[in-house]
Design a protein around this ligand. Structure first.
Ligand code: DQA
Length: 159
């Protein structure tokens, strides 16, 4: 059923330093390991993935433009751009497929107030935060379910 489905797994600024960067918030896994686990789990369900990370906002926006009509789902952790990039908001608004916003840490309960607000949530179909790697797996499960039924399982919604 999922053959020929493709999901984009996109990461924004500073996430290339996962594993090294504040492991208490973001865990010990490196970005490469996280991507591998996601891609392998997707492959087991017959889904292919495109992975991409950048520290340049314009590059992320161009990647979204390139993929916006080509993928069946998008999972994005934009890093700090989450909190202030209206350009990213506007790019995501043009994505035809469902988009899942994922954060490793529990952004709604972090000490910095500016982290508690996402400017992209309203153009994403689901937001998952504070679940580490599990959050990515939940995003994959949600998209897979959606491919299968055309509907989302509301029990998978968080926050
Ligand atoms: C993050 C949370 C952001 O506030 C932060 O700037 C990140 C990572 C997360 O995955 O928890 O870079 O998106």
């Amino acid at each position: 059923m999922n053959e020929n489905r493709t999901i984009a797994l996109l990461h924004g600024c500073n996430l290339n330093l996962l594993g090294e960067r504040d492991p208490e918030q973001y865990g010990e896994k490196k970005l490469g390991e996280l991507e591998r686990e996601f891609v392998n789990a997707a492959r087991r369900g017959g889904i292919s993935c495109i992975t991409f990370q950048t520290n340049h906002e314009g590059e992320l926006i161009e990647k979204i433009h390139e993929l916006r009509k080509r993928v069946d789902g998008m999972v994005i952790n934009p890093g700090a751009w989450t909190h202030y990039s209206y350009a990213l908001h506007d790019a995501l608004e043009m994505v035809a497929a469902p988009v899942v916003e994922v954060h490793l840490s529990d952004v709604a309960n972090r000490k910095e107030e500016w982290r508690r607000h996402s400017v992209i949530s309203d153009v994403c179909d689901l937001t998952i935060s504070g679940k580490g790697m599990e959050g990515y797996m939940e995003a994959l499960a949600w998209l897979t379910q959606r491919f299968g039924t055309g509907k989302a399982d509301p029990s998978l919604r968080s926050g």
